[in-house]
Design a protein around this ligand. Sequence first.
Ligand code: COA
Ligand code: MG
Length: 278
Amino acid sequence: MTARPRRSALYMPASNAKAIAKARTLPCDVVILDLEDAVAPEMKDAARAQALAALGEGGFGDREVVVRANALSTPWGADDLAALGGTGADAVLAPKIDGAGDIAACVTALGGTTPLWVMIETARSVLRLEEIASAPGVAGFVMGTNDLAKEIGMRPGGDRLPFLGFIANAVAAAHAYGLVALDGVYNAIDDADGLARECAQAVTFGFDGKTLIHPSQIDACNRAFSPGADEIAWAKAVKAAFDDPANRDKGAIRLDGRMVERLHLEQALRVLTMAPPD
Ligand code: COA
Ligand code: MG
């Protein structure tokens, strides 16, 4: 996938017209129109129709629009995927994926070339991360921490200790195959401190961004995933050092008392891509 900011990905029930309208004005990088867990069974058909209408109407500006379908094992999954292929959605997010067989079925049902993002939320999925990441058609991983806790029987506390092994492996699998990696949601809508802590933790794990459930969570998330002033200054200094003709033939150089190598130059260039324009 192209390098572009995917710091904040806001879910909303596709049955909620007001939320979809509001999303066109919110500072999130990705809008996820949900047909799955956030939509009651009686509203599934109406939600699908509303998601398709929203995609047709557009108006989301630079935001990517992703639609989360129902699983193929449900009464709605096949209709969702058949309807979503070729609609201009930037990706379709597939829930309850256990392995490459489920991916192949989704890709076939979707048809065409719409990238597939995958929820990492079943107990089996975390045992098959590389198989899923390398399956043809997959372009992103999204942690589904609520479902994962339920399936495995975890009781994660504020530090998310029981998740950490799965999270580290999921980010590694995603980035090994060039996929987007987004963290799960923070359920406590009114707990700004807790959200800030969890965003900071997600940054340390190497996620590209975090999925969110409420507009009030966007600003803190964008801040956490944007390079800070110190990081931007470091990146500029590393770039300048390697741009210096005196260092043209060097692989490692001393900069402000620390070693930097060409791998740091790659990191620095990525930081500068994500930094706001001067
Ligand atoms: N996306 C866009 N707009 C949203 C929103 C969202 N996820 N959540 C709330 N809003 C809007 C509301 O429509 C409301 O707009 P208004 O001021 O124009 O009336 C405003 O933000 C304030 O909403 P609020 O009253 O605080 O929210 P709520 O108590 O009505 O709803 C939730 C709380 C959790 C039900 C709601 O935020 C939600 O549906 N979140 C997404 C759930 C989801 O998609 N889950 C699936 C993935 S885990
Ligand atoms: Mg889920």
